[in-house]
Write a protein that binds this ligand. Structure first.
Ligand SMILES: [Zn+2]
Length: 190
């Protein structure tokens, strides 16, 4: 069940590893000017992750060009942080997914599990239904799909569209699909 992922530390550890890999690739490429990149992480106060991983989720990888006069920032996409949202991306996806067909009592229990308010969950639903479906990213993605997805059931319909057997793998596939979105909004804000 998707709800098990909410407290699956191995899942959140995997996302750290995937972000580390993206950061290493970005650093290897270096700055567009050809100079090397220095680490310049954005501090984050992530919410929704298992307690023991809060430290590991407290910085978003980012780099700054080492050359005086350039200093251009490079922020790789992230499996963990979905743009400016305070809660980690996986929680924004999972809680909205679990809303579908859930009773009010069950939803209250899920909200308590990750410490999110009803209002915030409502904002996430609006984000999927309004901002996400109107984004250039989603419009381009729709053009590549063989069959249209039910937009009223996002992000569940999107998650179901990935064919990996294990739910954890489908979630990783979905987060990988969303990567371009994680660098379009101003990633440094919470
Ligand atoms: Zn540079």
């Amino acid at each position: 069940m998707y709800q098990n992922l909410l407290r699956d530390a191995s899942f959140y550890r995997l996302l750290i590893q995937l972000d580390d890999d993206l950061a290493a690739e970005a650093r290897k490429r270096g700055c567009a000017c050809g100079e090397r990149l220095d680490r310049a992480c954005y501090p984050r106060k992530p919410r929704g992750v298992p307690k023991e991983l809060e430290d590991a989720y407290s910085c978003r990888h980012s780099f700054c060009c080492a050359k005086e006069g350039c200093r251009k920032r490079t922020t790789p996409p992230s499996f963990r942080f979905l743009g400016r949202k305070v809660f980690v991306g996986a929680v924004v996806v999972l809680i909205t997914v679990l809303r579908h067909g859930a009773t009010p009592t069950r939803m209250a229990a899920l909200r308590e599990l990750v410490g999110v308010s009803r209002r915030t969950v409502e904002r996430w639903r609006e984000w999927w239904q309004r901002d996400f479906v109107q984004s250039a990213f989603w419009k381009a993605a729709c053009g590549r799909q063989r069959a249209p997805l039910d937009q009223s059931r996002l992000p569940l319909s999107l998650l179901d569209a990935f064919c990996a057997q294990a739910e954890k793998d489908r979630m990783v596939d979905l987060l990988r699909f969303l990567l371009p979105l994680t660098i379009t909004s101003r990633a440094q804000e919470t």
